[in-house]
Design a protein. Sequence first.
Length: 310
Amino acid sequence: MLMIPAGKPKFALGVGLWDDTLKPFNAFVQREFLDAGRQERKGNLTPAPGSLDGERLHVTVQLVPRPDNDYNPHAISVAAPPWHGGTDIERHLGYMYDRNLVSLGAALRSLATLTERPLGCHAFVGIAPCHRDEWDEDEYDPDDPEDAAHRVRGADGTEYRIGGPRLMLPWWEDLQKMAVDCARTVRPKQILGFIGHWTSWEPGAREALAQRTQEEEFTVTLRAEQQVVRVYYQDLCLSTLETGFGGYFDRTIQRVKELGGTATAQAEEHHGALKLLVEDSTPLTADSTDTRALHDQEHSQAKDTAPTAG
């Protein structure tokens, strides 16, 4: 698996579990709990996947993009790891919450699609012994099948109550850097889509695009042409990116030129507007090294394309 480095447990993210995934989740935790018990009896007390650390059961889960999700095509499934057997869908346990996908989703989807390896994530499940004499009968029914899905048994028959999975993901900046570093290795000419900004259409481009594709999101080619970068769908020029004007595309223009003048990216057509998805939309400051490098690139290209006296 391609494992994401673990973040701090105190910042771990919850996962949405639904009624139809409670039993698979219980079976997953039961298997991991028994495995952890065997590791503990062998003297392995390290808080690594498959081990117990106080009231935390450390596990590994797989993160799976689910474009087939009718509610949100950008949804990310949390599944049991491949060694549990079955397909990604059969191992599905729950979904990441949409509120967390806002900052983390693009990087996670990029990591999951950049390589052919499953994307792994460190997680833990809260676990504590059940004390039936302390249960609130109005809150818990020990004979209720739904409540039983939140309990597992140890090898000695002791019953434990379990919480939902918690994902130990790093900060979004670190996750995006990991995705960019991965892309630079396997697909160096691809610009990842972490944030989107609107850009204006070339005259007639919107109507021409509608005749070629009905997809809301599509791949475009970015080409450096003199001092600008043009956005193409196949051979159709959709938009022109220039430095300045808020600086949202300055770093993208710089990156395209660093790549030799060509790169690929994702774009969206939404309610008649064109949005380009880029890695970083932070404007370049006037005195930054990046700005000077971009100016030098443009100045050099201007000299190369200027007419000569003959």
